[in-house]
Design a protein around this ligand. Structure first.
Ligand SMILES: [Zn+2]
Length: 65
C-alpha cells in the first residue's frame, strides 16, 4: 500500500510576478525604433547600447578636451 503524502500540502511560496518593464518600449536612440524586450532593462537596443571602450595598450584617452 502506498501512502499519499501530498495530502494537506501547503503552498507557502508567494507568487511573484516576473519583473517586467513597460511594454512596447523602443530604443532611446533618436530615430531608432527597435523594440526592446520588456525583460530588457537597458534603454537602448543591442546596436546602440553604450559599450565600454577597450583599453588601447594602456593609453588613456581623454574624453574631455
Ligand atoms: Zn537603437
Amino acid at each position: 500500500m502506498q501512502e499519499t503524502s501530498l495530502k494537506g500540502r501547503k503552498f507557502t511560496g508567494a507568487t511573484r510576478p516576473p519583473k517586467t518593464y513597460s511594454q512596447s518600449r523602443t530604443c532611446t536612440q533618436k530615430g531608432c525604433e527597435t523594440r526592446l524586450s520588456q525583460y530588457n532593462r537597458r534603454e537602448w537596443c543591442y546596436t546602440h547600447a553604450p559599450t565600454k571602450y577597450p583599453r588601447l595598450r594602456g593609453r588613456i584617452v581623454k574624453a574631455d578636451a
